[in-house]
Design a binder for this molecule. Structure first.
Ligand SMILES: NC(=O)c1ccc[n+]([C@@H]2O[C@H](COP(=O)([O-])OP(=O)(O)OC[C@H]3O[C@@H](n4cnc5c(N)ncnc54)[C@H](O)[C@@H]3O)[C@@H](O)[C@H]2O)c1
Length: 403
């Protein structure tokens, strides 16, 4: 049975993963120490000092301060190349709290109103509910703004058309689009990517990722208009899929996915808008290198939870550390220093890095780490995985996104 949560009860519940580590510094005032919220260890950092690309400040607007309080959790307000000038949330008290925490002097009743009326903003971070990301990012890009979005990039089968529109809009406008996929800046996934680029794995034969987050009775996560209620697991595939797509910048070309009917009430197909019977879905993908990836998203298995992965290549593997045939000791595997005053933040010290990467991409005119092609290859493959699970594992071809 779903019960409604007060904010305080929610924070007290044993939340992990989906956002939860994300709450970071903001939540700490409001709540006692909670599992996952304090995953702020960025790992071993390289000695490389942070180098500014320019001394310009990008004027940023931030949309969304919901259950995960994400709008304030990525450190835009502390970045030396950012001035947060505007904030918005549909709920006035969330909006004013977001403005207070980020130092935004202007507030708007909605993101749409901010797009329409604000003449200063150059870039916007979308931290609204998952179903609104693609629509708001497309509107922002068309309005001439650089856009960053919390995950996922698009939401569900009904939004597959928006995936094509999003990449087309990025190409047309030439603006920066970044997906804030936190796994990409986990210590291990970061090292995997560095070693992969340098050839230390060869092609990946096999990779596996898991996003386990128990959402059973007493552990439900509230959400705007209940988008999390009965959510098909593979509609939220990015934390696990990133252990292939954000490591190699490759994609998944086809999928077979299986689900198991859940015992949990909200995952009965008549009890959710998605007609979804599954709270756990295990996908087997064919990769663009010709290899295999097993990616799991599970909501109904109580346990320690986590957003994790391992990779196995022709020349070596990474399971917590590199073990293989190449000498990788000269490859810089560690994240660099962040700008002074910026924290690494939650989700394995990923938040600050995502923001710094997005701002650096805007200023340098380069691609961000999780650009629109990687964002869509990471997200849309999960939507197809759920479609496959609904057909008891029928193998489905997955559209490919190339910038
Ligand atoms: N590890 C991660 O990367 C991670 C973790 C947690 C959450 N997330 C993502 O972060 C996002 C936010 O999560 P949440 O739990 O806070 O969501 P939520 O559903 O609790 O809240 C969404 C907020 O967005 C606001 N909003 C919706 N439409 C708006 C609009 N047009 N203009 C202004 N505000 C609008 C709502 O008022 C609400 O406060 C989600 O998309 C979620 O998927 C990612």
């Amino acid at each position: 049975m779903t019960r409604s949560f007060s904010r305080r009860e929610f924070f007290k519940s044993a939340m992990i993963g989906a956002g939860v580590a994300a709450l970071g510094a903001v939540a700490q005032n409001a709540a006692p120490k909670i599992q996952g919220f304090d995953e702020t260890n960025a790992g071993k950092l390289s000695d490389q000092p942070w180098k500014p690309v320019s001394d310009r400040k990008v004027k940023v607007g931030i949309a969304g301060y919901g259950v995960c309080q994400f709008g304030a959790a990525f450190g835009f307000q502390n970045h030396p190349n950012v001035e947060v000038v505007a904030a918005t949330d549909l709920f006035p008290e969330r909006c004013s709290e977001l403005a207070k925490l980020t130092g935004a002097e202007k507030t708007y009743a909605s993101c749409e109103e901010m797009f329409e009326k604000d003449k200063e903003i150059e870039a916007v971070f979308i931290a609204t509910d998952a179903p609104s990301h693609a629509r708001l990012c497309i509107a922002g890009l068309k309005r001439g703004l650089h856009m960053a979005s919390a995950v996922p990039a698009v939401f569900g089968e009904e939004q597959l058309g928006l995936a094509d529109e999003l990449i087309a809009t990025v190409k047309q406008t030439g603006k920066t689009y970044a997906l804030f996929e936190t796994s990409a800046f986990h210590e291990d996934a970061y090292a995997m990517h560095q070693i992969y680029k340098a050839g230390g794995f060869g092609k990946l034969i096999y990779s596996e990722g898991e996003y386990y987050h128990y959402c059973g009775p007493g552990h439900e996560v509230p959400s705007y208009k209940d988008w999390r209620k009965g959510l098909p697991p593979q509609y939220y595939p990015t934390h696990s899929n990133a252990y292939y797509t954000c490591v190699t910048l490759g994609s998944f070309t086809s999928v077979t996915c299986l689900g198991m009917k859940s015992m949990i009430e909200v995952f009965q197909p008549t009890a959710n808008v998605y007609k979804n019977p599954f709270a756990s879905e295990i996908a087997l993908f064919r990769t663009s290198e010709g290899g295999m990836s097993r990616m799991a998203v599970c909501w109904d298995m109580p346990g320690s939870g986590g957003e994790k992965g391992r990779i196995y290549g022709q020349k070596g593997a990474f399971e917590g550390r590199y073990n293989g045939q190449e000498d990788v000791s000269k490859i810089d595997q560690n994240k660099g220093q962040l700008p002074p005053g910026m924290q690494a933040g939650g989700h394995g010290g990923a938040h600050g890095y995502l923001t710094d990467d997005f701002v650096g991409a805007i200023l340098a005119g380069r691609q961000p780490r999780v650009n629109v092609a990687t964002a869509l290859n990471t997200t849309v493959s999960g939507i197809y995985a759920h479609m496959s699970a609904m057909k008891d594992g029928e193998n489905l071809k997955i559209p490919q996104f190339v910038l």
